[in-house]
Structures are given as C-alpha cells and as structure tokens.
Design a binder for this molecule. Structure first.
Ligand code: HEC
Ligand code: HEC
Length: 366
C-alpha cells in the first residue's frame, strides 16, 4: 500500500516561480500566475496525493576538475525516473501546439544540442531571430538565453514551450494533452506522486538538462596529465588561446570556457540590430551585449554567434583577428576585441585547439 499524504505548495516552489517572472517574454508571467493559482486551489481543496514510488537520489557524474553543480531545493530529489521522464519529454513533439516540434528539433544531440542552421524553424515554419545555443553543461549556467532573459531552467523551458516561433503551445493545453495520453499520467505519478501539472513538466525537463554534462574532450585528457592527447599545433593554439595577446580566456574562462558575463565582441559592429542584454537591464552600456557562450564541443555547433552569422570557425577567428566585424567599432565593444595580427598558421593553431574541445561521447547521436 502506498502511503497517502496531503501536499501543501512549498514556499520555495512558488517563490522560484515568482522570482523568475522577470523575463522579456510576457506570456510567461501570465501562465506562471495561472499555475500558481492552480496550486493554491488544489491546496485549499486539500487534495490527497500519492507518494512518488521512485525517490532514489541520482548522483550527477561530475568530471574531474569541474565544480559541483548547484541544484536548487525545489528541484530535489533528482532521481533516475525524473531524468528519464524529462528525456522522453525533451524528444517528444507532443509538447508543441501541432505535435511537430520537440525541444530536440532545435537541440540535437549530435550537434551538441544545437541545430546546424543560423536561425531554426519552430511550429508552422516560423522563425525567431537567434541561433540555438548548445546545451553543453547547461545546468551550470546562471542565466539562459543570449541576453540572459531567464534565470531558471524551468522558466526557460516554459518560454520555449510557449514561444510562437518555437513550440507555440500554452501551459493549460500541454497539461490537458499529457493527461489524456496513454503513458504520461502513470509516469508522472511514479515520479511526482500526483496528477500532471505544468511545474512537474518543467522540473522533469530541467532534471534531464542537468545531466547534459560534457568534460571528456582531448583537452580534458591533456589537463589530466596525458601529454600525448594534444598534438603540437593544438598545444600552440592552446597557448595562444590562454595568452595575454589574444585575451580569449578572459571571456571564455574557467572549466566551461565562459565567464557567464555579458559582452559585446563586435559581432554586430558598427550598429546593433539585436539589443541583447539591454532588453533586460535597459542600460545603455548593455546594448549589443550577449552571454559569453561555452566553447566546449564548438566544432559541432556551427553556425556561430547569437544570430548564426558566422558559418565556420575560420570565419570566427578571422572576425577576432580583425578586431570585430567592421573597422568601425560598436559603441560597447570590449577593448579586448581589437586587431590581433595573427598569422595564418597561428589562426589554424587556434582552430585546431578549439576542435580538441569536442567530447565524442557527449555528441554521439542518441
Ligand atoms: C524552434 C527551435 C527551438 C525549440 C523547439 C526549442 N529551442 Fe531552446 N533555444 C532555441 C533558441 C533560438 C534559443 C536562443 C533564444 C534566445 O536567446 O532568445 C534557445 C535557448 C535555449 C536555452 C538557453 C541556453 C542558454 O544557456 O542560454 C535552453 C536551456 C533551451 N533553449 C532549452 C530548450 C528546451 C528545454 C526546449 C523544449 C521545451 C527548447 N529549448 C525548444 C531554439 C529552440
Ligand atoms: C570580450 C569578451 C570576449 C573575448 C575577448 C573573446 N570572446 Fe569569443 N565570444 C564572446 C561573446 C560575447 C560571444 C557571443 C557573441 C555573439 O553571439 O554575438 C563569443 C563567441 C565566440 C565563438 C562562437 C560561439 C558560439 O557558440 O556561437 C567562438 C568560437 C569564440 N567566441 C572564440 C573566441 C576566441 C578564439 C577568442 C580569442 C581570439 C575569443 N572568442 C575572444 C566574448 C569574447
């Protein structure tokens, strides 16, 4: 016999929903509001819920040299069954308004969870304006979207589900569709011990995303002491990458090759089309700044930059070597992006180093 208990909405659960309403996509605020109202309604009716049958804690495989991943209390416990449910949802087009587009349509495993087009198409072939970023080590990110418009994996996922250029759906419809499905009601009951609601959908997807950890490239083998893991060109490229001369590692810093900061690397010089971080802060000095992306698995994630405007790594390095897209700098362009005077061979070395950041196990088709 399963033990029955009355679940009250936890303060943290609701606080996390509210705290993340700050987003440029206003529909999110509405649907979070409606789902909070549902929780409150369920609580006042004193609904009895079944204890989840799977509560074994899942231990994330953190690579040597990586810090522990912070997991907020409202996501705990992280369990195998929750991750598997999240994986199933991530690959299932049922979550889109017309059943044609899954998260994985734009975040394909063999492209390190990106899609090889400048700007991907969502439902009914509709397109936004931005390139799909990699989900490599996404569980470590403090903010999501190129402009940091979301601060939790859950609000990010809801935004993709509801964005009309992506999956075009709404929270109520998703819950209704899943509740009518032949398998999902049982799976959700096993994991969350209750009927399907939108927060559980978002939590399961987030749990799966936390497992997208990549730290087993040839560069990592080299770091762990296998000096034969990188050849001479790759080692020269690594030295250039971490040098004062190029300053690459001042932005692409640390274990995940990102400082997490917002910077203007001259990608739109001389004029901003996409205002980037400014959309969140309204500050003049944030115009044209984007979250520094990780460079792990970068050889698999072409095309590059927030708008997919650079087709190859060669074109990205040529951009940095020239000190930006145009001789006229953009107003907020970082002083660290300036003409570098790299020779052709030096550029090749840096590209070869970047290619050594591919984790073959991570980018396998699945
Ligand atoms: C139609 C293509 C498309 C679909 C479908 C899609 N995404 Fe995305 N995803 C994108 C694009 C484009 C961005 C960048 C948008 C921006 O910055 O404004 C993005 C950004 C993200 C980010 C932010 C990563 C970061 O570090 O900034 C995450 C996480 C993510 N998507 C997960 C998901 C999940 C989960 C789903 C399914 C619920 C999903 N995506 C569905 C195209 C898509
Ligand atoms: C001032 C900070 C800064 C410096 C210095 C910098 N980058 Fe970047 N890098 C960024 C930002 C921000 C982006 C995203 C820009 C955009 O999307 O418009 C980016 C994007 C990239 C990309 C494409 C990533 C993707 O997923 O689209 C590559 C590759 C890259 N940088 C490599 C380098 C290399 C190599 C160097 C040194 C020559 C370097 N960066 C120096 C901030 C920086």
């Amino acid at each position: 016999m399963k033990r029955l208990r009355t679940i009250r909405p936890t303060v943290t659960g609701i606080a996390h929903a509210i705290q993340n309403i700050a987003t440029t996509r206003s529909c999110i605020a509405l649907s979070l509001f409606s789902c909070i109202m549902c929780i409150i309604a369920a609580c006042s009716r004193g609904i009895e819920l079944v204890e989840p049958s799977d509560s074994a804690q899942y231990v994330l495989a953190i690579p040597p040299g990586f810090p522990p991943m912070f997991i907020p209390d409202y996501e705990r416990p992280l369990t195998q069954a929750k991750i598997e449910l999240g994986r199933k949802l991530f690959f299932d087009p049922i979550l889109s308004i017309n059943g044609t587009v899954a998260c994985a349509t734009c975040h394909q495993p063999n492209h390190a969870f990106t899609v090889p087009v400048p700007v991907p198409a969502g439902v009914f072939g509709r397109r936004g304006t931005r390139n799909a970023p990699t989900l490599t080590n996404v569980g470590y990110n403090r903010s999501f979207f190129w402009h940091g418009g979301s601060t939790s994996l859950q609000t990010q996922a809801l935004s993709s589900l509801e964005n009309e250029d992506e999956m075009g759906n709404d929270a109520d419809n998703i819950v209704q569709t899943l509740r009518a499905h032949s398998e999902y009601p049982r799976l959700f009951r096993q994991v969350f011990g209750k009927e399907i609601d939108i927060l559980s959908v978002l939590d399961a997807i987030a749990a799966f995303e936390r497992t997208l950890i990549s730290g087993n490239s040839r560069y990592d083998h080299f770091q762990r002491g296998d000096s034969s893991a990188l050849n001479a060109s790759e080692r020269r490229g690594m030295a250039l990458f971490f040098s004062e001369r190029t300053q690459c590692a001042s932005c692409h810093a640390g274990f995940n090759f990102t400082s997490g900061a917002f910077e203007d690397n001259g990608s739109q010089a001389p004029q901003y089309v996409d205002l980037g971080r400014y959309m969140m802060t309204g500050r003049e000095e944030d115009k044209g700044k984007f979250k520094v992306p990780t460079l792990r698995n970068i050889a698999r994630t072409a095309p590059y930059f927030h708008n997919g405007s650079r087709p190859t790594l060669e074109s990205v390095i040529a951009h940095y070597n020239a000190g930006g897209s145009s001789a006229m700098r953009s107003p907020n362009q970082s002083p660290r992006v300036r003409p570098l005077g790299l020779t052709h061979d030096e550029q090749t070395d840096i590209i070869n180093f970047l290619k050594a950041l591919t984790d073959e196990e991570f980018v396998r088709p699945r």
